[in-house]
Design a protein around this ligand. Structure first.
Ligand SMILES: Nc1ncnc2c1ncn2[C@@H]1O[C@H](COP(=O)(O)OP(=O)(O)OP(=O)(O)O)[C@@H](O)[C@H]1O
Ligand SMILES: *[C@@H]1O[C@H](CO)[C@@H](O)[C@H](O)[C@H]1NC(C)=O
Length: 267
């Protein structure tokens, strides 16, 4: 508490540890027995609205693990935008830098910055001619198999392939490269340990893997910000575990676990 007479503290500046720059998207989900043909109207049996967008997903996962987070993005000046801001607040995410605009909300890449020092970059969706500065400015560069293929031109179908692609990305100037491999976990290498290391994950019964990558990246941002002394391998094992929890329930943000639902050994 500030003593009277002292200027009020800007808590965001003081305590926010994970800042996510990225997209907030409203998912309009219709469940149908098949896709309609062009111009065709078909019956759906269920409809729901979900909160998505890769940046916001990652931010929500980090916040649910206990990170003080801030979401930097623009949403529309409409009811979806209002609802999205409410969703961020419900997840205890600072919306000080969440803006509303009359233009459509767009977002192609998300960058997570841990105040001034660490930059975690997730090139999603990937483009082959990514600005080279994204590599040199990334402390941690994290992508999935298909993104690694687009960025390197190599085929990535195994942990060994991922190791080779990661080395190509590392040589472009990142400090650490992580390639996620779905049920196979991930592969990591770094300037200090350029030998690729495969970090496998738990065998679980996957119900819905949508958003697993964002759960993983959000968890990793949490560990980088709050447990900087953990080894990278330890952070990745824990992020694998959290993402594996998220694939065991339906939906994107709706499947992301809270700290209270996770084993204490993760914290
Ligand atoms: N079937 C699974 N079983 C256990 N863990 C999984 C499974 N699928 C994904 N994961 C976890 O989630 C992480 C990210 O998965 P993946 O590589 O599929 O990312 P992604 O393709 O970006 O995901 P998505 O696009 O579906 O959100 C993996 O590294 C792993 O930790
Ligand atoms: C990787 O992520 C992209 C989103 O950028 C997604 O479209 C693609 O399906 C994912 N690839 C895999 C192998 O899951």
């Amino acid at each position: 508490m500030a003593a009277s007479g002292e200027p009020r503290r800007q808590w965001q500046e003081e305590v926010v540890a994970v800042v996510v720059v990225g997209s907030c998207m409203t998912d309009l989900v219709s469940l149908t027995s098949r896709l309609p043909k062009t111009g065709e109207t078909i019956h759906g049996h269920k409809f729901f609205i979900g909160f998505g967008g890769k940046g916001a997903n990652q931010c929500v996962q980090a916040a649910r693990l206990g990170a003080m987070t801030s979401m930097v993005c623009k949403v529309g000046k409409d009811s979806f935008g209002n609802d999205y801001i409410e969703n961020l607040k419900q997840n205890d995410i600072s919306t000080e830098f969440t803006y509303q605009t009359k233009d459509a909300a767009t977002g192609t890449a998300s960058i997570i910055v841990n105040n001034e020092v660490k930059t975690l970059f997730n090139p999603a969706p990937a483009i082959a001619d990514l600005d080279p500065r994204f590599y040199t400015l990334s402390d941690v560069f994290c992508c999935n198999e298909s993104e690694a293929e687009i960025l390197t031109g190599l085929t990535v179908g195994s942990a060994a392939d991922a190791g080779e692609a990661a080395l190509v990305l590392l040589k472009r100037g990142c400090q650490v490269v992580i390639i996620t491999l779905g049920a196979e976990g991930c592969v990591v290498l770094s300037q200090t340990e350029p030998e690729p290391k495969h970090i496998p994950t738990e065998k679980v019964k996957a119900v819905d893997t949508t958003g697993a990558g964002d759960s993983f990246v959000g968890a990793l941002a949490f560990y980088l910000a709050y447990y900087p002394d953990l080894s990278l391998e330890d952070m990745l094992k824990r992020s694998n575990f959290i993402a594996a929890v998220s694939v065991q329930a339906a939906g994107t943000q709706s499947s992301y676990p809270y700290k209270k639902d996770l084993p204490l050994t993760l914290f």
